[in-house]
Design a protein around this ligand. Sequence first.
Ligand code: AMP
Ligand code: MG
Length: 349
Amino acid sequence: MNTKVSVIEDLHLDKKYIHEAAEIIKSGGVVAFPTETVYGLGADALNEEAVKKIFIAKGRPQDNPLIIHVCDKDVSLLVNDIPTVARKMMENFWPGPLTIILNKKDIIPSVTSAGLCTIGIRMPANDIALKLIELSGKPIAAPSANISGRPSPTDIERCVQDLNGKVDYILGGEKSNVGVESTIVDCTIDPPCILRPGGITLEMLREIDDKIYIDPAIMTTPSENLKPKAPGMKYRHYAPKAKVTIVEGNLQKTIEKINEIVQNYIEKDLRVGIIATEETKELYKAGEIISLGSRKELYAVAKNLFETLRAFDDLNVDVILSESFEEEGVGIAIMNRLRKAAGFDIIKV
Ligand code: AMP
Ligand code: MG
């Protein structure tokens, strides 16, 4: 397949590219586009054949539902029973990195919701994404624009790397601002439950309903008796090619432990990557070191996380050792992605 790639530098001057991409959505094609969380791979959410193409391009398991992206807070055409708490969330956090799960209407084909009677909906805070949805006149179903299992792309180069030749159009804009996927909150139950942590934090959601909680299954090792409610959570995710291990605990001990392990790997002739921070990067003695940013700026750390995992692939490291982060605010999302990238291979110090 021939993939057209266009970069939007100025929303007004380059609008013709968004028009082109919108025509592709209308005619049942697939388009990668920027959002504030990560780049998305979109198709007309109401067109079964178009949605199937997303699953094929990504190699995505069919039982992993998609999120529908809208450009308007009125979602009454798509879902039933919108509770007051969901309306308040839309008022407070849309456009933004919050996906709300509600009971779907029949107009949404079951391929989009992967056979579930619920659907996740969000309004992205990105002008190119909003214009694309508006011009296509369709709700756009879009998972992240990566090959299934890989770290999500946060810029156009990474989209091209994964999807060139597999999709109709790649629309580029600026680097994704949030850097991790949206928070997903299930509002079909009371109190609502967070199925995936993201840029809208538990603390922010509790301003709306102080009983909102995080599904306990998502931070622990997948086990037989704790089944996560978000189907996607059971799959290996966000993983670079190298094996990832996280060292969790006291920071000083973490640095000592990582230095010790790195030494062992180097003696075995393995190439090692270290996920460090501004505060610690000088303290490692060997290995390829990438800083995610300052520990005082967790939003910047989140923004750099997936790009760093992919950068280690470019460096051809065999193993990656990562520091851990405080599980507060967006730190919960960072640790969720890191642990999944590591397949829950964690050393406690
Ligand atoms: P991504 O493909 O990276 O955008 O991830 C979409 C995530 O949303 C996956 O983890 C899905 O399992 C989750 N998701 C989407 N729709 C639903 C739903 N109706 N119920 C539960 N989780 C959902
Ligand atoms: Mg994804």
